[in-house]
Design a protein around this ligand. Structure first.
Ligand SMILES: [Zn+2]
Length: 360
């Protein structure tokens, strides 16, 4: 079977992939940008080499394991007739579900959980299909091969899949995200048509396995009725849907956009098109640092685990500031306010293209 997760071990080596500007009369500036990316890559690789397995993968694997270990308590508490215990069970199940299906699927889609290609494929299928109710191949393609490779390039990796222009802003920002658990498997079915029969059968079986395992345990361990089990599943799966949608749009939309034929060098593309949110204890644990306070680091070095992104953050931010490159940061509430007030401009109309010609 072909390896699901593409290798992203050497970002600097991809810096000249089809970016086309070198041919437009700025070879010296381009070479300089390449050198910057290579220099930064060397600094980050040095930090990775000096880190233990615990730092590189152990901490994140332990957080994911803790989420699975907490599940039995969640199922037992959901069987309680005491409202407070029941709510605690719901909370545990919702948090564990977010850790597994956001942090777990994201890290596994990047192959950040294991160095072995076979295990990388296994974890991608397990987290994305069994736990996340989505197709692993389609998920990796959309996230790693399109969004990461073509960040903010219009028509390729411009986050337009997150836009639903016909929805009013309040509905889009605060109500529609609650339907994510229902929409996800429906979109997954649509993604199956261009896949091989083997992948279709595997995805259908894995999604059903994940869905019916949770349903069966809620019925048998928690003792819930059929309809209560389904409502609990929906509540747990939708608990973090709002921040999930928010984070996905806040960190790219509204920043510099590029055309496919006039794209800047990778280090410029990522520093102008990606934004970090501040640290947030709940989201750091459930979504992971690479999706919250280290998104710039994650886009520059997508093979790093959440903990390693956090570890190299001071190196990356210092380097970018020294080289007078942007290091974009903004608060969650500030971004929410911006998207609420500029909803038409950011989420309905096509974004303007920034070619960054002047600074190359
Ligand atoms: Zn990613």
């Amino acid at each position: 079977m072909q390896n699901i997760c593409e290798e992203w071990r050497d970002p600097a080596s991809r810096d000249d992939e089809g970016h086309g500007n070198g041919a437009q009369g700025k070879p010296h500036a381009d070479a300089e940008r390449e050198t910057l990316m290579m220099e930064l890559t060397r600094l980050v690789q040095k930090s990775v080499r000096e880190s233990s397995w615990w730092e590189r993968r152990g901490i994140d694997c332990s957080i994911l394991t803790a989420a699975f270990i907490s599940l039995p308590a969640g199922f037992l508490l959901l069987g309680s007739s005491q409202p407070l215990y029941f709510l605690l069970g719901l909370l545990i199940m919702g948090i564990a579900h977010a850790v597994i299906t956001v942090k777990g699927t994201h890290l596994s889609s990047h192959g950040a959980l294991s160095e072995s290609p076979a295990w990388t494929d296994f974890w991608a299928v397990f987290f994305i299909e069994v736990c996340g109710s989505f197709s692993a191949r389609a998920g990796v393609h959309a996230h790693v091969k399109m969004h990461h490779a073509h960040t903010n390039v219009i028509g390729l990796g411009d986050s337009s899949t997150w836009k639903i222009p016909f929805l009013p802003r309040s509905v889009y920002l605060f109500i529609a995200p609650l339907a994510v658990p229902i929409i996800t498997p429906i979109v997954a079915i649509g993604q199956l048509k261009c896949q091989s029969p083997f992948q279709i059968v595997r995805t259908v079986l894995c999604v059903c396995l994940g869905f019916f395992s949770q349903y069966y345990l809620l019925r048998c361990v928690s003792g819930l009725s059929c309809s209560s089990a389904l409502v609990v599943m929906l509540l747990c799966r939708a608990m973090f849907s709002l921040p999930y949608i928010h984070v996905n749009i806040f960190q790219h939309i509204g920043l510099a956009m590029f055309s496919a034929t006039q794209r800047p060098k990778r280090i410029l593309q990522m520093t102008h098109g990606v934004l970090n949110l501040p640290r947030n204890p709940l989201l750091d644990w459930t979504f992971g640092h690479s999706l919250i306070s280290c998104h710039v680091e994650h886009h520059l070095f997508p093979f790093l685990s959440d903990n390693m992104c956090l570890k190299v953050k001071p190196i990356v931010s210092r380097y970018l500031k020294e080289k007078k490159l942007p290091y974009l940061e903004d608060g969650y509430v500030s971004r929410l306010r911006l998207f609420f007030h500029k909803y038409q401009e950011l989420m309905v109309f096509a974004p303007p293209i920034t070619e960054l010609v002047g600074i190359q």
